[in-house]
Design a protein around this ligand. Structure first.
Ligand code: NAD
Length: 261
């Protein structure tokens, strides 16, 4: 049987290790026949990305710091030929500000968080645009803390709101070439970025206990949904935020026995 992404080529930014959501996506896309360039943020992450790249259909690995325009330009120059998809799975904020009150967010960290976690999608899309085939697919990763208060998520929630709004504006700007722009809103995952959030273990367990499907979300759950968004199966879908969170966002009241209250 033909694989749904046979012949598709792309770029994935955001693998730090084998727990990264971007790694789950890379594996699933590769299993469906896609090949891709990977990037690493710095030399210590390169040591983890290199061996992972050998397990999938990898076209090459490149350094990429999304806060540096010259680094993004180098990534674009390093891509041979055209691509059909781009995955943005990048976020950063000062750990000290992912605890306590949002009120105390510093200007410096606000700007840095928004730059790395939101603006970088827009800048990369613009720079990659000449290399993208018509009908390509772009995917970013977001979280429910963009639309609702979530303990400790703070400025990252503001950045994800900007990212999700960017998805809608980019969907229009790229739509004339049939290029689709979507995001997956993933439930809490045990990754490096996830662990930086204060009380992440408790938030993780609370979410499992209060979701319609009460089990940990897997990298494969997110990877499989990304296959749908990267493929022609979703050719009429753009500007969309697809929740892959075991249904947590659909529950308005925490699921517990009310008889004792
Ligand atoms: P992760 O730590 O594995 O990945 C985050 C990546 O961002 C790392 O690879 C890191 O190198 C990269 N990064 C940070 N600053 C960068 C910079 N300046 N230049 C280039 N790369 C940079 O964690 P993850 O949870 O897989 O995060 C991937 C995406 O998924 C993020 O956008 C995150 O907000 C989102 N997300 C995570 C969760 C979760 O609970 N873990 C839930 C929903 C959405």
């Amino acid at each position: 049987m033909t694989k749904v992404l046979e012949g598709k080529r792309g770029l994935i930014v955001g693998i730090a290790n084998d727990h990264s959501i971007a790694w789950g996506i890379a594996k699933c896309l590769s299993e469906e026949g896609a090949s891709m360039y990977l990037t690493y943020q710095n030399e210590s992450i390169k040591k983890r990305v290199e061996p992972l790249s050998q397990k999938i259909n990898c076209l090459g690995i490149m350094p990429c710091d999304v806060s540096e325009t010259s680094s993004l330009e180098n990534v674009c120059d390093g891509i041979e030929g055209n691509i059909d998809f781009f995955v943005h799975a990048v976020a950063y904020s000062d750990k000290n500000e992912l605890a306590g009150k949002y009120l105390n967010t510093s200007k410096e960290n606000f700007l840095k968080t928004l730059h790395i976690s939101a603006y970088s999608l827009t800048e990369m899309t613009r720079l990659l645009s000449p290399k993208m085939n018509n009908g390509s697919s772009i995917l970013a990763l977001t979280y429910y803390g963009s639309t609702r208060y979530m303990q400790s998520y703070n400025v990252m929630g503001v950045a994800k709101a900007a990212l999700e709004t960017s998805i809608r504006y980019l969907a229009v700007d790229m739509g004339d070439r049939g290029i689709r722009v979507n995001a997956i809103s993933a439930g809490p995952m045990r990754t490096l970025a996830g662990a930086v959030i204060n009380k992440s273990r408790q938030i993780y367990n609370y979410t499992i206990n209060n979701s319609p499907i009460k089990k940990p979300l897997s990298l494969d759950d997110i990877g499989k949904s990304s296959v749908y968004l990267m493929s022609n199966l979703s050719k009429g879908v753009t500007g969309e935020i697809l929740y892959v969170d075991n249904g947590y966002n659909k529950v308005g009241m925490s699921i517990q026995d009310l008889s004792s209250i």
